[in-house]
Every structure is written in structure tokens, then in C-alpha cells.
Design a binder for this molecule. Sequence first.
Ligand code: SF4
Length: 240
Amino acid sequence: MTIIYEPKGKALEYSPLAINLYNGCDHACKYCYCPGIFRKTLENWSKESAPRKNILAQLEKSAAKYANDPREILFSFTSDPYQNDTAAKLTREALLICEKHNLRCQVLTKNGMAATKDFDIIKRNDWKFGSTIIFKSESLREEWEPGAPSIESRIEAVKIAHSMGIYTWVSIEPVVDAGEAISVIKELKPYVSFWKVGKINHFPTVEKIIDWHKFLVDAESALAGSSFYIKKDLEKFRVK
Ligand code: SF4
């Protein structure tokens, strides 16, 4: 896989191009699909997290190849670009390389407060700041995203980005509690430019207890007046 790459399948619903600077992710989310892709346990996936070898030198070459490409590059599908201080420094360097080659970037993180240090770059390039916030409850956060920063800090970062005039988007996926997801929409609606809403897959115990049609109806009602995209997995539950 080249450093900047074109995702396939469901990932295309998120971004036409993407980049992954790391192998592994400290956040250790219980629902993370990456350990399965890379044939690791979640424990190994999170404990062995490290930057990819010679990543910035490789990015220089890849960015030159894609120079001036108008398609957005997502940081990242298979790790959080701000998962720790080392990752945050690397991400800043990577964003600067992309800026030099006139590329367009969007970041997606659960550590929004670390990303605020890059809001200068994001703002001056009209890039996008995204955060995954699927519930408001800290106990759910501890259960499902044990290594990730608090929900409060993510909400604060979205508000800071919005106050700076940065385009903000929030990913509501995976949904582990429908009511909590709707609460996030209601609280953050004034601060979010765009929403992406999905469901949960590969977790039958959660999947079967949520009424997905009702969630779809409730989410669209809560999102009235906002810009949003319903992911195909959830869209299937629309009653025609
Ligand atoms: S933040 Fe994303 S990549 Fe990191 S463990 Fe959680 S789901 Fe996986």
C-alpha cells in the first residue's frame, strides 16, 4: 500500500484518498476493526502502536505524485492521527508536507484537543476537522474506548474549531446506544458543519437490540436543518 492511497469498499463513503502514519492505535477501542485486518489481538494492536518506517520520507514521494489532486485525504482509517504526542508531531509534519504539495486534507480523531495545535494549518488551507463522538456517557466511553480522551474534550475541540471558522464534521459510527447517539447530535448540532451517521457491524449482541429503522428516523429528525449523510449500512433500514 502506498502512503497516500485510494480506499476501497465502505471506506470510500468516508474519503476518496487516505493516509495512515501508524501501525497500531493507543485508543484500543473495543469495536476497532483494525486488529482483525492486521491479524492481531486488540491488546497487541494497542500496545505495539508505532509510526510506520520512514513514513515522512515516503510521504514526501507520495505527496509529490499526488500534487494538486483536488480529492480529500483522510487522516486516518487505521489509526488515530492524534493518538499520542509522537503521533501528533508526526501528523503535523505530514500535514505540512501535504500543504507544500497543494493537497486537501481532513483529520478524524478522538483526541480533538491535540488536534487544536494544527488548527492553524487546517484553517489556512480550508481543510476539515472531524471527530468520532458516538455517545455522551463517560462510562460508555470507558467501556468502549478505554484508551481514548474524554467525550467532554472532544466536544470542546469541535466547539473551538467551529469558533475559528473551521469546517467541522462528526462521525456517529459505530452506534452502540441509539439514545446516546441522538444526544450527541442534539448537543453538537449548532457547531457541526456535516454529520456522517452509520450503525454497528460485527457486534451481534448490540446489533440485535437496536431498532435501526427507529434510530434512522430519530437521527434524521434530530438532524433536521443540518447537512448529513446516512451510511449505506443504516440506509438499508429505511422503510420505502
Ligand atoms: S481510534 Fe480508531 S483506529 Fe484507534 S483503536 Fe479506536 S477505532 Fe481503532
